[in-house]
Design a protein around this ligand. Structure first.
Ligand code: DC
Length: 225
């Protein structure tokens, strides 16, 4: 039996973190956790319930009414996010959420709430979690930390393709603006900003295919299990 470890994958928006994390988890028989989905679900709840997130009392009260779980969907063959018993996996990918999520994710109370749950999800190890602060704050002692990056033009093109499929009115300019804005807010916020952990290994996938990046990550993983 192989030793179970924790693998963290952090990096900029839309550089293929979740694609790699899902494939890696599948290969290893690990659980994949999309920490960004949690911030997106909280943002959805705040928007739907007209929460004024500049008011910490309102934020704390709202967080008390939020329950987040992940459930494996046999049909889609992936774990999906459940917000207060509702599957919100699809709606949280909307640009309306993407436009607000970095502001919500910068709130201290929101991060404390999400990080505590993320740490609990990793207590049995055998987890691949992707996000922005997983290797620095959530699991600073993780055995393997990956930091992903890719050229902005490549990231915009990838995200545009994804968003256009869902909504043909999406423009490349709005996708680029959204990615740049999120990268800026995520890396400049006060509480656990996006940064490469000192012991993280960087993968730049600008010129890599998906099988190539998976191969690199699997080789790295084998050093630890
Ligand atoms: O990975 P994603 O694009 O779904 O994440 C959405 C937003 O959530 C991202 O812009 C920043 C925030 N986030 C974060 O602050 N910390 C994480 N661990 C994951 C995501």
């Amino acid at each position: 039996m192989n030793k179970k470890i924790i693998i963290t994958i952090d990096g900029w928006s839309s550089c293929g973190k979740s694609t790699l994390a899902k494939q890696l988890a599948k290969e290893l028989g690990y659980v994949y956790i999309d920490s960004g989905a949690m911030y997106r679900a909280i943002t959805l709840y705040f928007l739907r319930n007209h929460i004024d997130w500049t008011d910490s009392n309102e934020v704390n009260e709202a967080l008390g009414n939020i329950s987040i779980e992940f459930e494996f969907n046999e049909k889609s063959q992936q774990s999906e996010i459940i917000l207060n018993d509702e599957n919100v996996e699809y709606v949280i990918r909307d640009l309306v959420i993407a436009e607000k999520v970095s502001d919500v994710a910068a709130i201290k109370e929101v991060r404390t709430f999400a990080v505590a749950q993320q740490q609990k999800m990793g207590d049995k190890k055998g987890v691949v979690m992707d996000g922005r602060d997983i290797g620095t704050t959530v699991f600073p002692d993780a055995e393997l930390k990956i930091f992903m990056t890719a050229d902005i033009a490549v990231r915009v093109a990838r995200r545009f393709k994804e968003m256009f499929k869902k909504n043909p009115n999406t423009t490349i300019e709005e996708v680029q603006h959204n990615l740049e804005m999120r990268d800026y807010i995520d890396s400049h916020r006060e509480v656990s900003p996006l940064r490469k952990a000192d012991d993280a290994i960087e993968i730049d996938n600008t010129h890599l295919t998906m099988p190539e990046q998976l191969d690199i990550a699997l080789k790295l993983t084998r050093k630890f299990i």
